[in-house]
Design a binder for this molecule. Sequence first.
Ligand SMILES: [Cu+2]
Length: 137
Amino acid sequence: MHKDVGPIRAYRVRWLAGVLAAGMLFLAGCGGSTTESGRTHAPAALNTGASQVKINEQDEKYRFDPAVLTIRKGATVVWTNISDSPHTVTSDSGTLLASSTVTPSGGTFRFTFTQPGTYHYHCTIHPSMQGTIVVTG
Ligand SMILES: [Cu+2]
């Protein structure tokens, strides 16, 4: 008897994605702890996803979420504007991050960090919006 295993496999993929997402949150919460326990046997496709920063609104203030994001050298960060206002992603010093206007309701800006360091940035339209990307070696 031949059974269609499609739905079961789909469930397992979703479950694995959830476990990996939880593991990444755990790593982020530990400020870049180098534990490897959550990274075994991860499918290659799930290792190539970009890190995400949401531009959203909370308590009537726009913000970068998370405000501080730790990534590894070579990783790409994608900022997605899910708020109702345009924003920018602009380095506090230097010219590394220099987005054009990131449009409301889904506009994105992406950047690949190739050098370790701590990169502070802000929104030129709302200077109180500040964020930091920490790139580990
Ligand atoms: Cu802004």
